[in-house]
Design a protein around this ligand. Structure first.
Ligand SMILES: Cc1cc2nc3c(=O)[nH]c(=O)nc-3n(C[C@H](O)[C@H](O)[C@H](O)COP(=O)(O)O)c2cc1C
Length: 228
């Protein structure tokens, strides 16, 4: 079965550098491994996202430990994105750099993945790579990449960089106006490297899971590490 990669484009604007980089990287990867990788992209700007309400019963009942959906499931478009993330073998996030951080669109969306964490870590062991696009050198691409990793670590994912070429933290696209990214040769190269790295690790993990018939032992607990 082909390795399934899902890209999350976190730019609020159309024809964004984030989307261009993500799409070009996936296209190159599909050319490199024909038939062995399936790539799809979700533009978060097109998804209706309600903010997390901190309802306190997120994903797992405190009373009987039964798993349950988010109280907002079906009221907006988030559940469909979550389902596609769970169905994917690997994830690639592309975001513009906003004040040295991922976009507010990313932050609003990622809080809603808490339900998956509470449902016994349904994103466990998926590799995640990040592409960050900044207009300025030293404008915060690396702080953005690392900040983007953090919620995925909380979700039990495996964060990866750009692999064997230089093993950096991810892809840094140097671009301001729409389309600038296409002339950033190194940024375009790094984007492909990130997609390729996620593909390789996803393939490794998938093969391990299938061969060992491995079931993740991760159980979410409300008590562990919290104040009594
Ligand atoms: C609110 C806002 C904050 C930004 N903050 C930064 C920043 O901290 N550093 C930087 O280099 N560029 C910053 N930029 C520029 C964008 O990161 C840059 O234009 C990028 O190419 C946009 O990507 P997109 O086309 O995928 O939306 C900012 C832009 C906006 C709108």
């Amino acid at each position: 079965m082909a390795v399934r990669l899902l890209g999350l484009n976190c730019s609020p604007r159309d024809n964004s550098n984030s989307e261009t980089l993500l799409r070009a990287s996936f296209d190159r990867l599909k050319e490199k491994c024909p038939g062995d990788v399936e790539c799809s992209i979700i533009n978060l700007r097109e998804v209706h996202i309600e903010a997390c309400r901190y309802c306190e019963v997120c994903g797992k009942s405190k009373k009987d430990g039964k798993l349950r959906p988010c109280v907002q499931a079906g009221k907006d478009g988030v559940q469909e994105v979550l389902d596609r993330m769970v169905a994917a073998d690997g994830l690639v996030v592309a975001t513009p750099v906003y004040f040295g951080l991922p976009s507010d669109l990313f932050s609003k969306f990622i809080m809603r993945t808490r339900v998956l964490r509470h449902q016994d870590f349904r994103l466990a062991n998926r590799p995640v790579g990040v592409m960050a696009i900044a207009a300025r050198r030293s404008g915060g691409a690396e702080t953005t990449i690392i900040s983007t990793w953090l919620p995925f670590v909380r979700n039990g994912c495996l964060v990866v960089g750009n692999g064997d070429a230089t093993c950096q933290f991810g892809a840094y696209g140097w671009a301001g106006k729409r389309g600038h990214i296409l002339s950033d040769e190194w940024g375009m190269e790094q984007g492909f490297q990130v997609a390729d790295r996620v593909y390789n690790v996803a393939k490794l993990v998938r093969t391990g899971i299938d061969t060992l018939d491995y079931a993740s032992p991760m159980q979410f607990s409300y008590e562990s590490g919290t104040r009594p």
